[in-house]
Design a protein around this ligand. Sequence first.
Ligand code: B12
Ligand code: SF4
Length: 439
Amino acid sequence: MRVLIISGSRALLPDPVYPLGAAIIATAVEGAGHQVTWFDALRHKEAVFALGEVVDEWEPQAILFSIRNIDSAAFPGVDRHFEEHRELARICRERSTAPIVLGGSGFSLLPQAFMSYLNADFGVCGEGEQRIVELLEQINAGTTDEPVITTPRAAPPFLTANRELFDAPWYYQRGGVANLQTKRGCALNCIYCTYPLLEGHKVRRVDPRAVVEEMVALKRAGIEHFFIVDAVFNRPEEHAAAICEEICRQELDISFSGFFIPQGDLAEFPSLLVRAGCTAVELGTDSLSDPVLHAMRKGFTVDDAMGYCRRLTEAGIIQCHNLIFGGPTETEQTMAESVARMDELAPKAMIATIGLRTYPHTELWRLGGGDDPSKIDPPRLLEPTFYIEEAVADGVIERVGEWVDQRPGWVCPGLAKRYNPRYFARLRRRYKGVLWTLF
Ligand code: B12
Ligand code: SF4
C-alpha cells in the first residue's frame, strides 16, 4: 500500500523534538513492505497547503496521523495544538478518500475526543508499531472492525526508528539532541501523571547493551548528544547504572540527559553518571514542601530531594528543576517554603509551572471535580483544564511572575517568561546538548 504518515506537531519550545513515535511507526510500516512517505508539519510555514500538495501527488491508500501534542499544558498562556491538527486532517479528507488512522501519546490520552474532532476512521491507542501493520492488512483486505483499538504493551526489545525517516539530522541541528528510549513504564503513582496511563506501571527495560548499540550507531552518524525520553531515567536505579556502566565499558564519548526523580540509594550513582557523560539532569521535583509532595503522592520527601540534589552537585552535575505552584494542598506558606529551599539548592535552571493540567482517568481529574469523561461530549474533552488549589488561586500568577523575574535561571512557560522561540533559537545556534545549561 502507499502510506502517508504525518507528524502533526508544530511545537518549537523548548526545542523542536524529533517525532520518535511517528518514526517508529513509519519504520514498522516500511518494514512490512509498504511504500511510505512522511510529512512533518513542523517543517512547513504553510503546513496545511503543503500537506494538500503531498496528498495530491502521493495519492495515499492510508493516512497515518501521529498526534503527540494536544496543547502546551502551560497555564495561563496555553497553546492549543489540537486546532492545528484539525486543519491538517481536514485537508486530507478534502483531497483523499484514504482512511485516516490516528495514534500517538496525545491521541492516546483523549482517543474518543480526537476521533470525532478530526473525523477519523481508525485510532490506535498506545504503542502502535505492531498493531498498525495488522490494521493496514485489514484495511487492504476490507476486514476492519473496531474503529478504536487499544494495543497490548510491547515487550522489549522495542523496534528502533530508521532516523532517515523524518530527517533526524535536521532535528539534531536545531534541537541539539537525539532522543532515545531505554525502557517503557513508570512504577510510581503521582496523582496528576499521565505517563503510567500511556506506558503502564510495569517497567519494561531494554537491555543496556542494546541501548548503547543504538547510541554507537547514532554516534557513527555524527550524533553525540542524547535525551533519554523515559518517564524517569533513574528508576529503577540499577538499570540506569547498568546503562552508564556499558557506556563506560565501551568508552563511548557522548553526553546525555533525561528526567530524574530526586531520590536514590546507590551512593556511587552520581559519579557513575558523570563518567558516562551525564552532567546535566532534569528533575521532577514539583514542590519542596512535604504536605504538597505527600498530597501529590510523589514518593519522596523534602529531605530526600535536598540530599539527593546536594550529592548531584558534589559530583559536578548541574540541574534543571521543575516546581509546580498551586498543586493539591498548596498554601502561601508551602509555596514560600518551596521557593526558599530552591534558592538554597540554587540550580542552574528552574521551570515554574502554575497549576496542573488535568487529564481524564488520573486521580487529579477526580480531585478537581472533573465529570465522568464518558458523559462529556468528546470534543469538549480537548479543552485544556487546570487544577489550582483554591487557597492560592487568587494572586498565584502574579506571585510566580515576581519570583521568576527575580531569579535569572528561572523560566515560566505559561507566562512566556524567558521562554520564547527566538531567544531559544539564538542560544541553540552555538550549542548542542540540553539548552537550559546556558541559562
Ligand atoms: C520525553 C518527553 C519530552 C521531552 C522530549 C525530548 C526529546 N528531544 O525528545 C521534552 C522535555 C523536550 C518535552 C517537551 C514537551 N512536552 Co513532552 N513528553 C515527553 C514524554 C515523556 C516521552 C515522549 C517520547 O518520546 N516517547 C517515546 C516514543 C517512542 O513514544 P510515542 O511518541 O508515544 O510513540 C508511540 C505511541 O504513541 C504510538 N504512536 C505514535 N505516533 C503514532 C501514529 C500512529 C498512526 C499510530 C498508530 C501510533 C502512533 O506508537 C509509538 C511507538 O510505540 C511524553 C510522555 C510519554 N510518556 O509519552 C511527554 C509528552 C508527549 N509531552 C507533553 C508536553 C505537553 C510537552 C510540552 C508542550 C511541555 C512544555 N510546556 O514545554 C513540550 C513540547 C515540546 C515539543 N517541541 O513538542 C505531553 C503531551 C500531551 C499534551 N498535553 O499535549 C506528554 C504526553 C506528557 C503529558 N503531559 O502527558 N517532552
Ligand atoms: S510524575 Fe514522573 S515519577 Fe511520577 S508517575 Fe509520572 S513519570 Fe512517574
